[in-house]
Ligand binder design. Structure first.
Ligand code: PEP
Ligand code: MN
Length: 343
C-alpha cells in the first residue's frame, strides 16, 4: 500500500502517518519527491486498514501497489530519481559515461588511463580491485593495493570511483574508496550482501545477473532500498542466450522496460555483453537509443595487454570518438520518450 500525502502536507503530518503505520506493525518508507511525498508500507501480510490511514491529516489517498517490488516501482514514486554522486548526476538529462579498465592494474597504467579519461570530460572511473573471475587460477584483482590506487585516482583527479564489492568482508574497505558500490552480475542475488549495501550511504550500481529475469533484478534493487538506501542504479550487462557471436546478449528491451517499471536510473554495459571490442560501439548506441541513462564501458591505453577482459576493451582514442558521438546523440534526441514523463 502507498499513502500519498497532499502536496502541502507538513513534516509533522508525514511523521504522524509513519507512526500510525508502525503502530499497525508495518514498516513505513517515506519517499519524498519534488511534487509530493508518498509513504510506502511494507511488512503487511494481508490488507492494510486503509480507512484508518485515509483519515489522517495531510493524506490525499491510500492506494494499493500492484507490483511485488514496491520502493523501486514507478507506481510508488511517479518521478524520476536522479542519483547524486558527489555532485555528479546519474539519471535525468545527462548521459553518464563510466569508463576505465576491467581491473585496477599498476599505479602507472591505471593513472595513465584515468588521466586520459579525465581529459575527455569523463567524471566516473571504473576498475575492479576485487575481480569475480570464472577461473580460480585467473588474476583475482590487486585487492587492497588496488583500493590504494583507486584512492589516488579519486584524490588526484577528482574522478568518481565505481568499483565492485565482491563480499561482505571487504565492504567496509571498498566503501572507504568507492563513490559508487558496484554489485556484479554474479552477486545480484546475494541477499546478505544486498542487505549490507542497503545500510550504506553510498549509491549502488546493481548489475543484472546473466540469468536473472527483470523482476528478479527489480526485487534485488528492492532489497537495497528496503534497507534504507534509495540511491540505486540498475545496469543491463547482457544475459545468457544461445548465440556464440557475443559473450552475453545485451537485452536492450530490459533497458526500455526498466524505464517503464521503475523510477530508478538504468545503465547499459555493452562491454560485458559484447565480449569483443568491435561490437561495443553498436551495442552502446542501441542502449542509448533504448533510453539508458548512461553506459559502463571498459577502456585501456593498451587493451591488448590488459590484465582482464582485453578483448572487449576499447583503446582510449576509440572510446573518445564513441563518447563524442553518444553525447551528440543525447543532445539531439534527449532522453527516451518514456524518460521525459513518468506515466
Ligand atoms: C565488471 O564490471 O567488471 C564485471 C565483472 O561485470 P559483471 O559483473 O557484469 O560480469
Ligand atoms: Mn570486465
Amino acid at each position: 500500500m502507498l499513502v500519498v500525502m497532499k502536496v502541502d502536507a507538513s513534516d509533522t503530518e508525514i511523521e504522524a502517518v509513519c507512526a500510525a503505520i508502525r503502530g499497525l506493525g508495518y514498516e513505513p518508507h517515506s519517499m519524498p519527491g519534488e511534487q509530493r511525498t508518498a509513504v510506502c508500507i511494507t511488512g503487511n501480510k494481508g490488507p492494510v486498514d486503509k480507512d484508518r490511514l485515509s483519515q489522517l491529516e495531510g493524506v490525499r489517498e491510500v492506494i494499493p501497489v500492484s507490483k511485488p517490488y514496491k520502493l523501486v516501482s514507478l507506481e510508488t514514486k511517479n518521478e524520476r530519481t536522479i542519483v547524486d554522486v558527489r555532485g555528479e548526476p546519474i539519471g535525468g538529462q545527462v548521459l553518464t559515461l563510466i569508463a576505465g579498465p576491467c581491473s585496477v592494474e599498476t599505479e602507472d597504467r591505471t593513472m595513465a588511463i584515468a588521466e586520459g579519461l579525465c581529459g575527455m570530460g569523463v567524471k566516473f572511473f571504473r576498475a575492479g580491485a576485487y575481480k569475480p573471475r570464472t577461473s580460480p587460477y585467473a588474476f583475482q584483482g590487486l585487492e587492497e593495493e588496488g583500493l590504494r590506487i583507486l584512492a589516488k585516482v579519486r584524490d588526484e583527479l577528482g574522478l568518481r570511483i565505481v568499483t565492485e564489492v565482491l563480499s561482505e568482508e571487504t565492504l567496509s574497505a571498498v566503501a572507504e574508496v568507492a563513490d559508487v558500490l558496484q554489485i556484479g552480475a554474479r552477486n545480484m542475488q546475494n541477499t546478505a550482501l544486498l542487505k549490507k549495501v542497503g545500510k550504506c550511504t553510498l549509491p549502488v550500481l546493481l548489475k543484472r545477473g546473466a540469468s536473472a529475469t527483470l523482476e528478479e533484478l527489480l526485487m534485488a534493487g528492492e532489497y537495497i532500498m528496503a534497507g534504507g538506501n534509495h540511491q540505486v542504479v540498475f545496469c543491463e550487462r547482457g544475459i545468457r542466450a544461445f548465440g556464440d557471436h557475443v559473450r552475453n546478449t545485451l537485452d536492450v528491451s530490459a533497458i526500455a522496460a526498466v524505464k517503464e517499471l521503475s523510477h530508478l536510473p538504468v545503465l547499459g554495459d555493452p562491454s560485458h555483453a559484447a565480449g569483443k571490442r568491435n561490437l561495443v560501439p553498436p551495442l552502446a548506441r542501441a542502449a542509448v537509443a533504448a533510453g539508458a541513462d548512461g553506459l559502463l564501458i571498459e577502456v585501456h591505453t593498451d587493451p591488448s595487454t590488459a590484465w582482464s577482459d582485453g578483448a572487449q576493451t576499447l583503446e582510449l582514442g576509440v572510446f573518445q570518438r564513441l563518447a563524442e558521438e553518444l553525447r551528440r546523440y543525447r543532445e539531439t534526441f534527449g532522453p527516451a520518450p518514456s524518460e521525459t514523463h513518468a506515466s
